[in-house]
Write a new protein. Structure first.
Length: 95
């Protein structure tokens, strides 16, 4: 048990803690759907950037970089939260 959970259980009654967990689960579901959509959008951006490069368009490289950032957004955000010591603020996407 962390200090936060001891504090919350002392201050908030159990039904409120249950509602907070339901809210957290709801955000986790929404986050999973958002990241899944973003991943596929990023892959499509990478493909379109590669296609643009094959046709000689110099802007295709920017499309590939943007696609990588979009597709890897969840990993990038989790790494930043871990680097800055905010692991408890991370909501795990789940179905």
């Amino acid at each position: 048990m962390t200090n936060h959970s001891i504090f919350l259980s002392a201050v908030l009654p159990q039904p409120v803690l249950g509602q907070i967990q339901q809210l957290k689960d709801g955000f986790g579901l929404a986050l999973a759907v958002l990241f899944m959509f973003g991943f596929f959008w990023g892959v499509i951006k990478i493909w379109s950037g590669a296609n643009a490069i094959s046709k000689g368009d110099p802007d295709g490289k920017a499309g590939i970089v943007a696609g990588i950032i979009i597709a890897a957004a969840a990993t990038i955000m989790a790494a930043l939260f871990t680097i800055f010591g905010l692991q408890d603020a991370v909501i795990t996407p789940r179905f």
